[in-house]
Design a protein around this ligand. Structure first.
Ligand SMILES: [Zn+2]
Length: 251
């Protein structure tokens, strides 16, 4: 499957919590503020969170994305992306709805990640881990940004590949508290097939939260959260499937 995928990862926090539908709390107002900031001018985008759904697929609670090489390494090797992430993304609503899958963990190319989008300007699904503490809104808005066509800002370029992790932009390679989108990014967003509505009636995006879990969990009473267990220091990575690495940075 030739898809451009991206990983948004740093300080992944594992936080034990019961997976009930009550855990799906999206701050729609915070997302509206990001997609209606001043660079959107007279065309703010309304984020509309659709009713949450549950998906009783415990086999998809921990999703992974890997790649394997096929063909001869000396003669046009092909990179093939594998993993159950694609099984998960296949279960979402069709475009233009954006599917937000909440899972327990995401591992992409061996690294734990906060979130992962199906593509940059392609696909309509992304996954995030739950709960994401204080960076959840930023990660959700960031992954939606990828689906709308935005690449990372501050990404290292040849020959040094030095990434600016402090860039004041939503599309920084790691979450850093900044949610700015510039005029050029807004232009890209308005070319997305996922954008609905019109100038006179208002533009909007529909986001469907889908909570993945065990069937029994969905009727359960929430348990108290048990606090932070582990913290991993990770990195952001951009990757183009189909045989060509587009950009890669580590830190
Ligand atoms: Zn990203």
């Amino acid at each position: 499957m030739k898809r451009l995928l991206t990983v948004f990862a740093l300080f992944f926090a594992v936080h034990a919590q019961a997976a009930t539908i009550d855990a799906v709390i999206l701050d729609e107002a915070a997302l509206d503020a990001i997609y209606g900031q001043s660079s959107f001018g007279q065309s703010p985008i309304d984020i509309r969170v659709l009713p949450a759904q549950t998906l009783a697929r415990p086999d998809l609670l921990s999703v992974r994305l890997d790649f394997s090489f096929t063909g001869s390494p000396f003669n046009s090797p092909q990179i093939r992306e594998t993993g159950n992430l694609f099984d998960l993304f296949a279960l979402g609503d069709p475009e233009p709805v954006i599917n937000l899958f909440l899972v327990d963990s995401i591992r992409a190319y061996g690294q734990f990640a906060f979130g992962i989008a199906e593509g940059i300007g392609s696909g309509n699904s992304f996954a995030i881990t739950r709960p994401l503490l204080n960076v959840q809104d930023e990660v959700i808005a960031h992954e939606i940004g990828h689906l709308l066509g935005l690449e990372h800002e501050g990404q290292g370029q040849p020959p040094f590949f030095e990434t600016n992790f402090d860039i004041e932009n939503l599309m920084s390679a790691i979450p850093n508290g900044h949610t700015t989108l510039n005029a050029s990014q807004v232009e890209t967003i308005f070319n997305s097939v996922l954008l609905q509505g019109a100038q006179d009636t208002g533009f909007f995006l529909e986001v469907r939260p889908i909570l993945v879990g065990e069937a029994a969990e969905f009727a359960a009473v929430p348990l108290p959260a048990s606090g932070l267990l582990l913290i991993f220091s990770l990195f952001g990575i951009g990757f183009l499937g189909g045989g060509r690495v587009k950009g890669h940075s580590s830190g």
